[in-house]
Structure formats: C-alpha cells, structure tokens
Design a protein. Sequence first.
Length: 368
Amino acid sequence: MSLFSYLRETKIKPKEMSVRLRKRKNADGSTSLRLDIYNNGQRTIETLKHLKLVKGSSVMDRETNKQNLQQAESIRVTRAAELEANSYSMVSDAGKKTIIAVWMQSFVDGYPKKDKRNMQGALNRFKAYLLEIKKQGLVFGSLTPLHIEDFIDYLESNSTGEGANSYFSRFKKMIKQAYRQRLLKENVLDFVKRKVKGKAKKKDILTLIELKQLSSTPTESNEVKRAFLYSCVTGLRWCDVKSLKWESIDLNNNRLRIVQSKTENEVVVPLNEKALELLGTPKSGLVFTLPSANGANKTLKAWVKRAKIDKAITWHNARHSFGTNLVFNQVDVLTTSKLLGHKSMKHTQRYVDASIEMKQNATKAINF
C-alpha cells in the first residue's frame, strides 16, 4: 500500500506546515533547487532561481554546489521560521539560526518596489562589511547592536554625501521586516545608539537663466530635452517622468496628478505655460518616449556642455532646480514641500539653503 493510500484510508492528515528542499534536473545538466511549502493543506512551490547546482566534477564546481546547497538550506529554514512565526507568533530556533545575508538576499530578490537596485546596494555593502570582519555566516540569533554600529562606521568610511544614510535606511527596512517575521526576538535597532553622520553632497542647480539657455540649445534627442525641462518645471524624478502617462495630465484644470514611485505619495502640480508647451500634442500612453537612465544622462551631459554650462548635471538635478527656484522666487516652504511630495520638512530645508546661497551669489554681481 502506498503512503498516500495509507493516509487516505486511515484518515491521517499530513503535517499542516512544512518546507522541503527538492532538486530537479535540467536539460543542460544543471540541477534546480526549489522549496515545496505546505501550509494548512495548500502547497506552494518557490524556485530558487539564483541557486543552481552546476554539472561538473572540478574542485571549484563542488565548492560552488556546496555553497549553493547551504544557501538553499538557509532559505528553507527561513521559510519554515516564517510559517511558524505567522502561526504561533514566536521566534523559533530556526529563525535564530538563519544566516542574515542569505535571508536578506531572498528578501531583495522578491522586493517589488522601484528602489530594488538601492536595496541590493545596501545589502552588497553589508556583505562587504561581514567579509571584512570575517563573519559571512552571521545569524540573526547572534546579531547585536554593536554589529550594526560597526556597520554604520563601515558605511561612513566607504560612502560620500548621503550614501551612508541612504544605504543604512534600506538596511533598517530589512531588519524591521525580519523582526516582523519573528526572526528576531527584539528589534535590535532599538538598542543602536550610533547615528549616521553622512551629510548631503552639494548639488548643482540650474537657474532660470541657465534653463532658458539650455532650452535654446539643440540636442540629439528632442524627447530627452522635453522630458528633462519638464522635470525642471514640475519636480518629477526620472522614474516618474519615464513612466508618465497622459491619464495623469488634467488639461482641463492645467495640472498634473501622480503617485510618486519612490515615496508612494500623491502630488498635484499646477502646470504653467512652459510645462503645457513641453507636453506637446495629447495622445494615449506615455507622454515621453525615453531611453535608459544611462542613455538619457549621457545625452544630458553632452547637451549641458554644448550649452556652455559648467555644472555637473544629471537628471536628479532637475528636481533640485525645481525646488530651489520655487523658494528663490518666494514660494513658501510648506507649498514647496507639498509640490515635491516630501514626507518631512527637513528634506525641503536643503532647497531653502540652496536658495539662500543663490541670493548671496546674486548680490555679488552688484558689488563695487
């Protein structure tokens, strides 16, 4: 009698929660690894696409397979801990033994938001820190506030401008998620006394005179030109202008309404004559047909140079120019903050500081 028949006839139910690591041969000779997850009678298959066992018999191949199997087993343990935590609201021994870097990689692989690249960057730096202290296998059960404070020191030593702050904020997001999934008994971040000291790197601003100069200068891509200038008069980030659709444009009331990809905040921006002109003829679909971010910035760099503007300008400088020019032209800080979709007024303060510097530079022109 088969096991299935035995269970059916004796009416014994299989274990309600389990996570099993399975192997599957591929046509190319490699072996895929997957997890069979059983939860309350439902089966889910999770293929670990980034982990495969290679075909070969060399020492390097065997070592690669060994490492991939270890990572797969760690992920299996993590999934089992997640199931247990969700059912019993407790930290399991499996959670304590989960390798942090492996769990974080699994988290980033399934991360759905548009700052996924930045999340991976934060994880890469944490992996580099673990490599430096020779603790690549650090598990959640051994993670201490001192580890995190040392990681902050590492970030500050290997970052410029706001880099350390940006990476650490994303690292914290992963730690908080691990705590919510009961891989940590306590939120270790609550006991970290060290603060990130990284300050924002000063960014170049395009004045209204420079924007006019840029507008009158030809460039190899009219779409890049229109879109960049549109960002300068609306404050849109690259990710938002790249995906901007006509349905977000209210031509009856001359305004733009979008949900920002980065912050998920809704912003409404009135459109002035220049912004309406840059939109062109209404149609369906995307407003602008743009290349990749690297391609657009390459075109932008050549365009700025052709306009004889001696500043380091990337697409994000358009947003900073918008915010600074608003404050420079007497728009109050609260309104500026709302137009930019800031969650905190402290983010708007940088535009106030840049505006003050612009005014100071302007007075130098009448010095004698």
